[in-house]
Design a protein around this ligand. Structure first.
Ligand SMILES: CC(C)(COP(=O)(O)OP(=O)(O)OC[C@H]1O[C@@H](n2cnc3c(N)ncnc32)[C@H](O)[C@@H]1OP(=O)(O)O)[C@@H](O)C(=O)NCCC(=O)NCCSC(=O)CCS(=O)O
Length: 377
């Protein structure tokens, strides 16, 4: 696939930004659990927080291909920052752009797309992850308000979000068609940030519980139509999964580049280990698997840009890219030997950061389930 001149320019400017403003700080942010607020502000100025949102709603009006190129570059600089950016683009911005009313877009999409506000996506619950239609958070209509009760789990940017897209049961008897999507400002009464998770990686990006205790929001806080929530969630996760796959490319590439550099510098048996065939072949395999994943990601993004169905292709891209990224990062550690296992070199952090990509926004087995179902069509 050949990129347009504009797409190449976006990639190059994000690459320069990420290498200068993210990569040098990533280890420190990881160690200190620092939320990269300043870097996010700078990314917002580049239009990276609402990339596919039309300009009239505060976005950059770009295509999905540009979004995946940007996410690869951001992730090559810092995986945690790329998660915050991917979620903001695909989920809060994506949902409001497609399903929000003009009033909701004016009030929330514009500031989200400009990066003045941050959003989060509340679907998963403590007892419900893959089986998303089994959520228990409820929303009951009382006069001119909805009253929400429940707990949401593993919410990216939960601590810093100004608003949440929340999925709740409004009609239990209706099953999947009894779930509704709501726009909930973080300052709504009864909205509370709960436990902040201690994670293996991506420590600069916060992951929290969000608690709703008689949380009151106005009747017009429904996004789309009542009962349409499950469909809204699944259709947007499709784009989200392409974004996560793009992040995997960036993290794997950063690990591969670090491994090549190390192999060229480190000597054993009288020459750089890069010149030993065992190491060189390992690097060649890593590069090949990375490029194969990139083609899947670009293919899914190009289908999305063409307005064509891409449920299966998005799942294939996420499945393959996330599993490729873990194995490439593991191989990068192997090339570094003992130095790959300590934090003096970036591959130890990148390996921890990339592991969750096989879990969030639909675990690998869910992607297999989606792909497997499509084989019957
Ligand atoms: C496991 C599942 C795939 C099961 O799905 P279902 O069988 O329950 O869903 P369906 O009956 O097939 O679909 C329901 C409804 O939605 C429509 N639909 C589905 N997909 C799409 C789509 N891509 N585009 C448009 N419409 C779609 C479908 O046609 C049906 O409509 P009708 O009823 O026919 O009108 C599913 O539950 C699943 O994907 N589970 C995984 C959930 C998941 O990914 N969770 C992660 C949440 S996000 C997160 O972890 C982190 C967020 S952040 O980082 O903070």
């Amino acid at each position: 696939m050949i990129l347009t001149q504009e797409q190449e320019m976006i990639r190059d400017s994000l690459r320069a930004f990420a290498q200068e403003r993210l990569a040098p700080f990533a280890a420190d942010w990881d160690r200190n659990h620092t939320f990269p607020r300043e870097a996010l502000q700078e990314l917002a100025e580049l239009g990276a927080l609402g990339m596919v949102v039309p300009e009239e709603w505060g976005g950059a009006g770009m295509d999905y291909m540009s979004l995946v190129l940007a996410l690869e570059e951001i992730a090559a600089g810092d995986g945690a920052t790329s998660t915050i950016v991917s979620v903001q683009n695909s989920l809060p911005c994506g949902i409001l752009n497609r399903f929000g009313s003009d009033a909701q877009k004016e009030a929330w999409l514009k500031p989200l797309a400009r990066g003045e506000k941050l959003g989060c996506f509340c679907l998963t619950e403590p007892h419900v992850g893959s089986d998303a239609s089994a959520i228990r958070t409820s929303a009951v209509r009382e006069g001119n308000e909805w009253v929400l009760n429940g707990v949401k789990q593993f919410i990216t940017t939960g601590k810093h979000a100004d608003m949440a897209i929340v999925f709740a049961v409004t009609d239990k008897a209706a099953g999947k068609k009894g779930i509704t999507c709501f726009l909930v400002p973080a300052n709504a009464p009864g909205y509370q940030v709960g436990r902040i998770e201690e994670k293996m990686g991506q420590k600069a990006s916060d992951t929290t519980q969000i608690l709703f205790e008689d949380c009151r929001i106005p009747a017009d806080a429904v996004i789309g139509e009542e009962g349409q929530g499950y469909k809204i969630a699944l259709s947007n996760l499709e784009a989200g999964r392409i974004g996560i796959a793009a992040q995997c490319l960036g993290m794997a590439r950063a690990a591969l580049e670090a491994a090549v550099k190390y192999a060229q510098e480190r000597e054993a048996f009288g020459k750089p280990i890069f010149e030993h065939q065992a190491v060189n072949f390992r690097l060649a395999d890593m590069a090949t698997r990375l490029e194969a994943a990139r083609q899947l990601v670009w293919h899914a993004a190009s289908l999305k840009d063409a307005g064509r169905p891409c449920l299966k292709e998005a799942s294939m891209a996420k499945l393959f890219a996330s599993e490729m990224a873990e194995s490439v990062c593991s191989d990068a550690i192997q090339v570094h030997g003992g130095y790959g296992y300590v934090s003096d070199f970036p591959v130890e952090r990148i390996y921890r950061d990339v592991r969750v990509c096989q879990i969030y926004e639909g675990a690998s087995d869910i992607q297999r389930l989606v792909i497997g179902r499509a084989l019957a069509d």
